[in-house]
Design a protein around this ligand. Structure first.
Ligand SMILES: [Zn+2]
Ligand SMILES: [Zn+2]
Length: 304
């Protein structure tokens, strides 16, 4: 039962971070109805990572001044700094940048400021009390186990953001801009359900997909969720980048790699042996024979 709770609350927290604090509040990459915005804030509070206002302030500065002294999570200061220590060690340049970065849109948002004002109360109720008390009341879990299971869940959520600041700026390919530290890293893509296309995201931060591709084969679960919400009218004005602009940028500053295109992940998706899309190389055994569906030799591989 506890693993269920950890998993579900982890997912809810992740929605508050990826589509919520990140794509919606920080980057304004799509618009949302008020109920959906409140839902995202609810999830973000469960995740337990600062107020929406502060989260976005830090993240906007990170984008504007990435890899410099002004960057709050400057990767040039090492993995541990970008992953964890940054929150306790803002440089003077960074503090100045945090004060001047534009967050006027958020300060005009009454809901955002309401959360900001009463954050300790909301945080205690939603991030700590609610996930602890529900298993205790409904499934007779002990408070001790419930509390620590939720703390573990909080840690998992916290690391989603932390890996975005550390690993995503250390490892991976850079198909869009080889001059920035942000890169595309599969582990982070899976762990954050689609936020790990960080090279693309730093180049085109206004794209609501936070990636070139927003489909299931690219593990972009957050984008699929937003697309479903758009069908119900909860999300609208989703901003994207044209294929043309992406290709031009890739040619100009990319590292020549083509990380995680559909073909790379699911090279020729097929239903099984005999599918019309099956690659001829896959049908040929190591002796060079081509087989039909009944395993009868029908041809020898043409060596030319
Ligand atoms: Zn971002
Ligand atoms: Zn980044």
């Amino acid at each position: 039962m506890e693993t269920d709770v950890i998993y579900h609350v982890f997912m809810i927290g992740g929605i508050g971070l990826g589509p919520g604090a990140h794509r919606y509040f920080s980057h304004r990459s799509f618009k949302a109805t008020r109920p959906f915005k409140l839902f995202l804030m609810f999830c973000q509070t469960i995740a337990g990572q600062y107020t929406v206002l502060f989260w976005c302030q830090v993240h906007r500065v990170h984008h504007k001044y990435a890899d410099t002294e002004k960057d709050p999570t400057n990767i040039n200061r090492g993995f541990m700094f970008a992953h964890l220590y940054w929150a306790f060690r803002f440089s003077p340049e960074c503090k100045a940048a945090l004060e001047t970065v534009d967050v006027s849109d958020l300060k005009l948002d009454k809901d955002v400021m309401f959360q900001y004002r009463y954050f300790p109360i909301f945080s205690f109720l939603l991030c700590i009390l609610y996930p602890t008390i529900v298993p205790y009341l409904l499934w007779n879990e002990t408070l001790w186990i419930s509390f620590w299971a939720n703390m573990f869940r909080w840690l998992l959520n916290y690391n989603q953001m932390s890996f975005a600041n550390s690993l995503m700026h250390m490892y991976g390919k850079k198909p869009y801009d080889k001059n920035v530290s942000a890169a595309e890293y599969l582990f982070c893509i899976l762990y954050t359900y689609g936020e790990g296309y960080h090279n693309y995201h730093h180049v085109f931060p206004w794209d609501y997909k936070a990636a070139e591709f927003g489909d299931f084969t690219h593990f972009n679960i957050s984008t699929i969720m937003l697309d479903v919400c758009a069908r119900f009218g909860l999300v609208y004005d989703r901003k994207v980048v044209s294929k043309n602009m992406i290709e031009r940028r890739k040619a100009r500053t990319g590292d020549g790699s083509n990380w995680l295109t559909s073909n790379e992940i699911l090279k020729n998706p097929i239903w099984g042996y005999g599918d019309i899309d099956m690659d001829v190389d896959d049908k040929i055994d190591f002796h060079g024979y081509l087989f039909d569906q009944n395993n009868n030799i029908i041809d020898k591989k043409n060596e030319s």
